[in-house]
Design a protein. Structure first.
Length: 174
């Protein structure tokens, strides 16, 4: 599955740079994260000279663990040729967790041979992300925000009661 091996790097016209806040992204995909098909394919302990994404079904998964709660904004998917969403073993699933609880899920998009797609998410307050790859392909530009600040339920009730009390004092004075 070497069709995404693009030595001319001529994807520039179709690929939009990520410019979010202080982060200035590249307008060309460079190093995408793949599940290497075979460690015997001219690989050292840290780098493969001839990267080849796993084309088996399922290929495997990526797991990201965050030290704090984050909001997932988007992920870029490359060269996804499989789209098995009907399996009970979840060979194609993006799972968003808070602790051990799956808060939400989605599916890896089928981009097609040699193509890519940026998928936007509106998932807040997670600390673990698992992307189960249905077959060949890769990911890049996992964009997330930190500083998620949900008001815990007991605190929100206290704030509501405080607001009601303030309104009642306002009526008494006025």
């Amino acid at each position: 599955d070497l069709e995404f091996n693009n030595t001319k790097n001529d994807y520039k016209s179709e690929y939009t740079a990520l410019n979010i806040g202080d982060y200035q992204g590249s307008s060309q995909p460079n190093n995408i994260l793949i599940i290497q098909e075979s460690k015997d394919q001219d690989c050292s302990t840290t780098i493969c000279v001839d990267p080849n994404d796993e084309g088996g079904q399922p290929a495997g998964f990526f797991e990201f663990n965050f030290d704090q709660l984050v909001d997932i904004v988007s992920i870029d998917f490359f060269d996804i040729e499989e789209n098995n969403t009907n399996s009970e073993i979840y060979t194609n699933r993006i799972s968003f967790y808070e602790g051990n609880d799956e808060k939400s899920f989605g599916f890896v998009p089928q981009t097609g041979d040699g193509s890519f797609e940026r998928t936007a998410f509106n998932v807040t307050g997670i600390n673990r992300l698992v992307i189960r790859m249905p077959g060949s392909g890769g990911i890049d530009n996992l964009v997330f925000r930190t500083g998620h600040a949900d008001v815990p339920a007991p605190a929100s009730i206290a704030v509501l009661l405080l607001g009601i009390a303030a309104l009642s004092f306002r009526k008494i004075r006025g």
